[in-house]
Write a protein of this length. Structure first.
Length: 202
């Protein structure tokens, strides 16, 4: 028997913090209808369906003019900031800039499962500053695009790019890249001029 897919409390805490000042009473009422009370004590875990509906709602609130995927990207970016304010999230993101982009991606990929009991993620390096990330199952692909874009930027990566390469079945494949660091250029060495001898008299 396949276990029920669950999303854990800390994911919802991050989502609520991502909403920030947008979490007014009408929004809270809609979240309650979806199965979560943002004003009350959160359960340890919720069914995946509750997460999906909550994510859709947050996307429409934070980016009302955007498509669902683009709105979910906004949520993903704000989620990482909100997740960093939770107990587990703060430990996860502590010192992320010191880790650098490579180790940050490895850590984020390993710890994606801390928010659910079902998500699988595989990271493959394809270049000096390029990776391919495969996640499954993924319901709204834009969320992870925003999540990893923000993570790369937090780690100090310049020109970070996260592109959905393809979505097949319940899997989403992303191309993650950033600009390589430029070497510190040294000023050209100046050779001392030879000593000038006495000038001939005219």
């Amino acid at each position: 028997m396949t276990p029920e897919r669950l999303v854990f409390q800390q994911s919802f805490e991050g989502l609520i913090r991502a909403l920030g000042d947008h979490l007014d009473e009408p929004c809270a009422k809609q979240l309650r209808a979806a199965g979560i009370d943002p004003r009350g004590k959160l359960a340890v875990a919720y069914p995946l369906e509750v997460w999906v509906e909550s994510l859709k709602l947050a996307s429409s609130v934070l980016a009302p003019e955007a498509t669902l995927d683009d709105g979910a990207e906004v949520v993903g970016r704000r989620f990482l900031e909100g997740y960093g304010a939770t107990l587990i999230g703060s430990a996860l993101l502590a010192g992320v800039r010191l880790l650098g982009p490579h180790r940050m991606l490895e850590r984020m990929t390993r710890n994606l499962r801390t928010g659910t009991n079902y998500l699988e993620a595989r990271l493959e390096q394809t270049g000096p500053t390029r990776y391919v990330l495969t996640c499954r199952p993924v319901v709204i692909a834009g969320f992870y695009r925003g999540l990893f874009s923000a993570g790369l930027e937090m780690s100090g990566a310049h020109g970070a790019s996260v592109v959905l390469m393809r979505a097949a079945g319940d899997a989403a494949v992303y191309d993650l890249s950033w600009l390589p660091e430029k070497g510190v250029s040294k000023p050209p060495e100046t050779k001392p001029l030879p000593p000038r001898g006495p000038q001939p008299r005219s």
